[in-house]
Write a protein that binds this ligand. Structure first.
Ligand code: CDP
Length: 232
């Protein structure tokens, strides 16, 4: 058996909210001993920063402060991927209802996108990376060796998000969750800059009826096949 570990590829996973991207990306990265980057967490951390500083982001013209004031890092801590905003662990804070409400509006702003895309591309310089988001296979890494587009029906996604919020003790009704998902789906798919869509060369996985283990096995097989084909 050849040593496939020498072929450190980039795996891009895109799809709408609650399609299961983050869980898949994290598990796949672990199985391959790759780095996992949650690009959505980066948009969330910038949103948190703007809300804290009370920046009226729809009206701001000068975005130089992004480069000057925001530093994002990921830290793997006992299997948990933490995001640090200027050294502060904001992993929990970025999942608040308030951030949920603003993040897609912030993510539609081109200066925010170029700031984050640049830093995401720098993280992928050496390959050996799984990154999930909305534009990873289309904009951030159009040359990624493996692109996966995850899909699930709206009802299933809403159910998953509702359970997640409930487990975190967040006081939201199913209706709140559905409204937020619907709105974010709309903004993410219709914005001018880097809307969510499937890259032409992405493999589609619809995961309504498959469990996490099965999903992971399918994608792991795709990754190994890709590595093998690059080797031969
Ligand atoms: O957790 P969920 O799947 O709902 O979203 P997320 O991956 O944490 O991303 C939060 C938001 O950031 C999305 O709704 C998008 O508006 C934005 N985003 C983006 O525009 N591009 C990315 N590559 C990742 C996230």
């Amino acid at each position: 058996m050849p040593d496939l570990k020498n072929f450190d590829i980039i795996i891009a996973i895109d799809g709408p909210s609650s399609s299961g991207k983050s869980t898949l990306a994290k598990d796949l990265a672990k199985k391959l001993s790759y780095r996992y980057i949650d690009s959505g967490a980066m948009y969330r951390a910038v949103t948190l920063y703007l809300l804290r500083q009370e920046v009226s982001y729809q009206e701001t013209n000068n975005w130089d402060f992004l480069e000057n004031e925001i530093h994002l890092d990921f830290q793997l801590d006992q299997d948990v991927n933490k995001i640090l905003l200027n050294q502060e662990d904001v992993s929990e804070l970025i999942r608040s209802a308030e951030v949920n409400e603003h993040v897609s509006l912030v993510a539609a702003l081109s200066p925010v996108r170029s700031f984050l895309v640049k830093s995401q591309q720098a993280m992928g310089q050496n390959g050996g990376l799984v990154m999930d988001g909305r534009d990873i296979g289309t904009v951030v890494f159009p040359e990624a060796q493996l692109k996966i587009f995850l899909q699930a029906s709206f009802e299933i996604r809403a159910e998953r998000r509702f359970k997640e919020q409930l487990a975190k003790g967040m006081n939201q009704t199913m209706e709140d969750v559905k409204q937020n998902l619907q709105l974010r789906d709309f903004i993410d798919s219709n914005r001018e800059d880097s809307p969510l869509f499937k890259a032409t060369d992405a493999l589609v996985l619809k995961n309504d009826d498959i469990d996490l283990e099965e999903q992971l096995n399918i994608c792991y097989k795709w990754a190994k096949e890709k590595m093998q084909s690059l080797k031969s």
